[in-house]
Design a protein around this ligand. Structure first.
Ligand SMILES: [Mn+2]
Length: 343
């Protein structure tokens, strides 16, 4: 499936990019593989065409994503606020990738909202906010990286180089959990085939992402599975919770719990999983589901969050024990839906 880019939109984008621009590519807070892969994929495709290009992330990304080509172009907003604000002020064309609303970029929101730059949103999250001049949003694709591929392929196909392809593969691979979920359309694999033809080293990319963890992270995973996972078989649900002291004990670094929320889903009969981690002033929650159970709606209704049908996040501003009690209590309300999702 090809993203719909109408003739007018294509012309507008080509016109924008035919002049030298001060381009800024921004992605969401706590950037994941798709965020960094999409931003740097676009960066690598746009470079060398006479533009000045910056990439910005609201806060630092985990260590296992710092190997991608183009990483030197990234400015971390909260580590260089003055420099970052100047970049935003000067930008003439802003690409917003892998997020659907400006609050997702945290402290970068206001400067971007106030910027008069031409704005293009490229994303796959539902219900995009209406702030961009051009909105390329498609919730049916595996990842934003897939949309970036389509975007480049439509606007200037010859610009998908090896560096861009490497970043885009990393985005698609991580956002599908290694082609585990959100990857049932032929188009995803057609794009992957095209990236392989461009010469990407698939094994090296996967190794860079997954064989890059600390010993502590693996021990923390073992602790979570053995001591901290609660399984509610009747509700096809399991969760893992970690408080601050436990994370400290395992020398927690940003990104260490990446993927943990998916682990309980490998238990036969489990179709709903949650991960609760204690942050300084709130409990961060990740939700995953298999089948029809809509964790986007669940996160919106009960935990100040949202996302996709099968992958969402939320926040809780009460204690861990209260949060877990609320969550557990809610399960009975959803018994029928969880039953239906499992079958
Ligand atoms: Mn994504």
């Amino acid at each position: 499936m090809q993203i719909e880019i109408s003739g007018n939109t294509k012309q507008t984008l080509q016109d924008q990019l035919s002049e030298p621009q001060k381009i800024l590519i921004i992605t969401h807070q706590n950037p994941d593989g798709d965020a960094i892969g999409s931003a740097l994929g676009l960066y690598n495709a746009l470079k060398g065409q006479g533009h000045q290009i910056d990439v910005m992330i609201p806060n630092q990304c985990p260590e296992f994503l710092t190997w991608m080509p183009g990483k030197q172009a990234i400015t971390v907003f909260n580590q260089a606020v003055d420099k970052a604000k100047k970049i935003i002020e000067n930008a003439s064309l802003i690409f917003c990738v892998d997020f659907n609303s400006l609050p997702r970029i945290a402290d970068v929101e206001l400067p971007v909202r106030n910027s008069s730059a031409f704005k293009v949103l490229i994303d796959h999250h539902p219900q995009p906010e209406d702030f961009a001049d051009i909105c390329l949003s498609d919730t049916s694709v595996s990842s934003t990286a897939e949309l970036i591929y389509e975007f480049i392929d439509v606007i200037f196909p010859e610009k998908i180089n090896l560096e861009a392809a490497t970043c885009l593969f990393a985005g698609i691979y991580t956002d599908t959990g290694g082609f585990n979920h959100n990857s049932s359309t032929p188009r995803t694999f057609e794009i992957v085939a095209a990236l392989l033809k461009l010469g990407i080293n698939k094994d090296e990319i996967i190794g860079n992402i997954y064989d890059n963890y600390s010993e502590y992270r693996l021990r923390l995973m073992g602790y979570c599975l053995n001591d901290k996972m609660q399984v509610f078989g009747d509700f096809h649900t399991a969760y893992i919770s970690l408080d601050k002291s436990e994370m400290d004990r395992f020398h927690f670094e940003k990104g260490d719990t990446e993927g943990f929320v998916n682990l309980p889903l490998s238990i036969k009969g489990i179709c709903f999983s949650a991960l609760f981690t204690e942050n300084t002033d709130y409990i961060r929650i990740s939700f995953r589901s298999k089948g029809s159970f809509d964790v986007n709606q669940f996160a919106r209704d009960h935990f100040n969050g949202g996302g996709h049908r099968n992958a969402a996040g939320g926040k809780s501003y009460v204690s861990m024990s209260e949060t877990l009690a609320t969550f557990t209590h809610l399960l009975s309300t959803y018994k029928a839906q969880l039953e239906g999702s499992y079958q």
